[in-house]
Design a protein around this ligand. Sequence first.
Ligand SMILES: [Zn+2]
Length: 302
Amino acid sequence: MKKISWVTHEDYDIPLPENHKFTASKFSDLYNELKISDFHHRANIQSPQKASVEEVSICHDLDYVLKIKNGTLSDKEIRRLGFKWSETLSNRSFLAVNGTLLTCKEAIKNGIANHLAGGTHHSHRDFGSGYCVFNDLAYASLHLIRTHQVKKILIFDTDVHQGDGTASILKSNDKIFTCSIHCKNNFPFRKSISDMDVELDNNTEDDEYLEILNQTLNSCLKNFNPELVIFDTGVDIHKNDKLGNLQITTEGLLKRELTVLEFFKNKSIPIATVIGGGYSDDKFELAKRHSLIFKATSMIFN
Ligand SMILES: [Zn+2]
């Protein structure tokens, strides 16, 4: 069976206070969950190198990148980001953007690759927001386009929250199509304008969700032919998610992953997946939800 690239790094976890809504250990929890999966033997584990300040400036203002590098964010900026600055946070932020880029490169080579992080879509050009320091989706896409590795990229964001930072950073770029399917009444309450926004009502359930998902997949490709898809697989659409307002079951979540992967695989468009958001007091349950995209990958790319 073909190997599948899993991109991760031992320094991805974020030091946070005990009662923080974000699960500090979610990246290593996911890795540990995947290690005991019945498809772990398919994995070709890879790790990124840190991006430089100059590299990250491809999608962020240099001033902001330096604030993250040097720990000089204001209190207001820290509140908006939702994380206190630490050396570890800074370090992992420079790693994770290149993690998504590496995942994209592996996907271009092999048709599919999975990042065990990424999807920090609330990060804007000059500020971090909603637990997102740097925008890995914008970073990886702009890098790949500028270095002529692909001509067009679709960012297909199914996190329950709108990909507002991605939409705003890439708004004038016609080589990168941003699509966000999200809950209308979830953060951010002031939305950006993506190339395609699909707003869902609170308590949307599996059947309706999957129907809208299928329609959206087809709509995205009507006038756009991507050579790569970056699929943000946020699991905060789950009915037991602490922040999301939708009612998607675990079965529905797995169906979303299978549907999207199969759709693009059938069209021979490479897919890079990132994990996006997910919130639960039960870190094992959360890791299981995030592991579904890896399971779906092993089923579709067999
Ligand atoms: Zn989210």
